[in-house]
Design a protein. Structure first.
Length: 340
């Protein structure tokens, strides 16, 4: 009889989580959240998938796919969630709390296709998200077999952030798993994000070796506008055939920035590093004399389109990020540098 048990280490368990267990929790069983629905959650244990029993006071929207929890071994009664080492979340317009995308992720695969879906400004938003969460971003260019000039897409994507890994592939063939293998080792967790129709579900099926009824539904991009239809409607955790775990997510139409200052600093390092050289500490990099950023633009060292996108994202992030210290006499940080 085949032993279907897996080790905690293969699930992604590490000393970071082990040290969080108290002496009175030695009999509790660590599990990893696999799906989150409105009124129920499932988890992956060393013995296989289980449905968790939620006690009064637990709300499913406080949990993310990828979270580590501890539960009673026999009843699967949820005891508590362990601290996360990384959390991907996004602001939802009109909502009080951010939407949790995935937790304890090592690598964020930002999936886009080699067609009109490819949008540098949108990719920068995903990169800021990854940077803020402390995960490693990798841009995955799908449908590489459907274009005659993949190199242009690769060059443009690599210019978006220093040291950024960019790969191209055909998500439908087994070799796609080989391209992504460096980030999919045993115990590693990756998450697929991107627009609908770019090949996320197809890529998941390839990585997890899913076929037939087990496969995730897939949908093609419409030819008239290069936009896709939603085929994935919830987040879920899947075992990668060669090791590791992959989290599939629904397509994201709009990614609003909030609380991502550090992520933007990493993304726009060429601006961040030069800003201290400006004459004025509160320089807006728009019109002030002695602006190091404008000088770099003139010298061809900073792309003016990048500067414009940086300014837009900075303003959006400032507008969406609550000021924990409260209002300061009507001071608006977006107006800094306007008066001397």
């Amino acid at each position: 009889m085949t032993d279907t048990r897996i080790s905690l280490t293969a699930l992604g368990w590490s000393p970071f989580y082990q040290t969080q267990l108290g002496a009175d929790e030695a009999s509790a069983q660590p599990m990893r959240i696999a799906t989150v629905h409105r009124a129920r959650m499932t988890a992956q244990s060393v013995d296989g998938p289980v449905r968790l029993t939620l006690s009064k006071g637990f709300k499913t929207n406080d949990f993310a796919v990828g979270d580590w929890v501890i539960a009673e071994p026999q009843t699967h009664q949820l005891i508590r969630r362990l601290d996360r080492h990384a959390l991907l979340q996004r602001k939802i317009e009109g909502a009080r709390q951010p939407q949790l995308i995935a937790a304890n992720v090592d690598t964020l695969f930002i999936v886009t296709s080699c067609n009109d879906d490819f949008n540098p400004a949108r990719l920068e938003r995903y990169l800021a998200l990854a940077n803020e969460a402390g995960t490693t971003p990798v841009i995955v260019l799908t449908k590489a077999d459907q274009t005659d000039d993949v190199s242009t897409f690769i060059t443009t994507a690599r210019a978006l952030q220093r040291g950024l890994e960019v790969v191209s592939l055909n998500a439908k063939i087994p070799q796609a798993a080989d391209v992504l293998a460096p980030w999919c080792g045993a115990g590693q967790t990756v998450v697929l994000v991107g627009s609908s129709g770019v090949g996320k579900s197809t890529l998941l099926n390839t990585l997890a070796d899913k076929h037939g009824e087990d496969a995730q539904l897939t949908g093609d991009i419409r030819e008239d506008d290069a936009k896709g239809r939603h085929t994935t409607t919830s987040r879920s955790l899947h075992a990668i055939a060669s090791g590791g775990w992959v989290i599939d997510t629904p397509g994201i139409r709009t990614l609003h920035l909030s609380d991502m200052s550090d992520g933007l600093d990493v993304l726009f390092a060429e601006i961040t590093e030069r800003a201290p050289d400006c004459r004025f500490r509160d320089c807006t990099h728009a019109h002030e004399p002695g602006c190091a950023i404008q000088a770099a633009v003139t010298a061809g060292q900073i792309d003016p389109d990048r500067l414009a996108r940086w300014r837009k994202l900075q303003d959006e992030n400032t507008s969406n990020t609550p000021d924990a210290t409260g209002p300061k006499s009507g001071y608006d940080p977006r107006m800094r540098g306007k008066k001397r």
